[in-house]
Design a protein around this ligand. Structure first.
Ligand code: ATP
Length: 320
């Protein structure tokens, strides 16, 4: 951080962005890092520096130089072969876990036919603003900004998108004012249709995470979804098994309503990494229904999400 009397009058968030401040013959030169600010915020920041520094003793002229050294933003898609396997739950909790690990992450709910992220992240009913023809993501109490079709249509309103329209809707969610987010997690619609293809072709995610239950049918569908990513040249980062091992809330006995270990086995067969297993736990459903994703808490139920998030972060670091 730069410490110079010239910038003493700036508000702290702006002062933190100053990377150099010099003064010569009454002329102040201030270099400002505006990474992550949208055009309007940049203008405001520049105007504030010009005015406040210009008011300092002995300053006749102010030059403000704007720089932005932001790292390129990467996209990770979370997909599943079929619906209801917990893809949205996993995406939200991974985003929260990554945020808590210090990553700058945003969440796109591309499940435009059945958007559930506003419910999971507890910001349903909030309308995103638009600025310069682009949407501004909606903040959430768990620190992850999110954009979802659920924020744009009335709750319960049926959406009957046709292919191209769906693709456009998705583009608006991704091509938004994501500020300093370095990673976008995209909750894809289930299956292997047009929307998924548009997404993969147009936005070229760095990689994809596939989620499945241990059931045979879900596994076969997951394998099909894997082929979709393969065709599009998007590497599959790994497979996640959800709803494995049910701990009875009364006696604590673990049972496996959908079987267990099947996804790990399938990952081995498909020669894909296995990222981890999330148990079937009532607390996960209750948390998701009430806008409190379990990864935001410190209970044991946050742990499997954290462990998978750590593997995802390691993959991203390795491939950056
Ligand atoms: N591990 C889990 N334990 C208990 N409930 C879970 C678990 N994972 C998901 N659920 C619950 O299962 C339901 C379906 O999950 P979710 O909406 O995440 O699935 P999905 O694959 O995104 O479905 P869709 O694609 O149809 O939206 C939700 O009610 C969710 O709370």
């Amino acid at each position: 951080m730069v410490d110079h009397p010239l910038i003493a009058a700036l508000p702290a968030p702006l002062r933190d962005r100053v990377t150099s401040a010099t003064m010569k013959d009454g002329r102040a030169t201030v270099v400002l890092d505006v990474a992550g600010l949208d055009p309007r915020q940049r203008e405001q920041a520049e105007a504030a520096v010009t005015q406040r520094v210009g008011a300092a003793a002995g300053v006749n002229e102010v030059r403000v130089i704007l720089t932005a050294e932001r790292k390129a933003r990467r996209i990770v898609a979370v997909g599943s072969g079929k619906g209801g396997v917990g893809k949205s739950t996993l995406t939200a909790n991974l985003a929260v876990a990554l945020h808590r690990m210090g990553h700058k992450v945003g969440l796109v709910d591309a499940d435009i036919y059945g958007p559930s992220q506003p419910t999971i992240l507890g910001n349903q009913g909030v309308r995103p603003e638009a600025r310069e023809d682009k949407l501004v993501p909606v903040a959430s109490a768990v620190g992850v900004p999110v954009l979802s079709m659920g924020h744009l249509v009335k709750p319960g309103q049926a959406i009957a998108w046709r292919g191209p329209m769906a693709g456009n809707a998705l583009s608006q969610l991704i091509d938004a004012h994501w500020g300093d987010a370095e990673l976008l997690l995209v909750d894809l619609p289930p299956g292997t249709g047009d929307v998924q293809l548009t997404m993969l072709q147009k936005f070229k995610p760095a990689g994809a995470v596939l989620v499945s239950t241990p059931q045979d049918l879900a596994l076969i569908d997951a394998a099909r979804a894997g082929q979709l990513f393969d065709q599009a040249g998007v590497p599959v980062i790994g497979l996640v098994e959800n709803m494995a091992g049910y701990a009875c809330p009364h006696c604590g006995e673990i049972s496996d309503p959908f079987g267990a270990g099947g996804v790990e086995e399938a990952a081995r067969r498909l020669e894909l990494p296995f990222l981890g297993r999330i148990p079937l736990d009532l607390a996960i459903r209750q948390g998701s229904d009430s806008g409190q994703p379990p990864a935001a808490g410190d209970g044991a139920i946050a742990e499997p999400f954290r462990a998978i998030a750590a593997k995802l972060a390691a993959w991203l670091a390795k491939t950056s």
